[in-house]
Design a protein around this ligand. Structure first.
Ligand code: 5GP
Length: 118
């Protein structure tokens, strides 16, 4: 068995995190190193390495990740958001347990800039 990912350890409360949402299948936390005024992570509890495996194995769970992203963007910003899945080390993926970056601004925060990805 491989070691549990850092996100599985957060689900198990072995590592602290600011948990913003949790149900049976998903947890959402604030990113420890924010790249946008609002930078949250929506994480399926089941460990798939990337969004590609998640989409193939459980498309309903991927749809739920998107819906949780929308809910969090509404609660924490103005409801608009970028959804980023880094898929592969050369794109910046460092944690190989699928997670959606929810990047947002607006509301009380500055808006994201056009033409940049973070
Ligand atoms: P990736 O680079 O794999 O797409 O994204 C991993 C993200 O997880 C990064 O944005 C990084 O800041 C975040 N991250 C890594 N370790 C932790 C942690 O222990 N707690 C939280 N809240 N975020 C983390």
């Amino acid at each position: 068995m491989s070691e549990p990912s850092i996100f599985t350890r957060i689900v198990a409360r072995e590592i602290p995190a600011e948990i913003l949402f949790e149900n049976e299948r998903i947890i959402a936390i604030r990113d420890i190193n924010p790249q946008a005024p609002v930078h949250l992570l929506v994480i399926p509890k089941q460990e798939y390495p990337t969004v590609v495996e998640l989409a193939a194995a459980d498309p309903a769970l991927l749809a739920e990740v998107v819906a949780v992203g929308q809910q969090l963007a509404t609660e924490h910003a103005n409801g608009e958001f970028r959804l980023v899945f880094n898929s592969g080390a050369s794109t910046g993926q460092t944690v190989f347990h699928v997670h959606a970056h929810v990047l947002s601004g607006g509301g009380e925060f500055p808006a994201l800039k056009e033409g940049s990805l973070a």
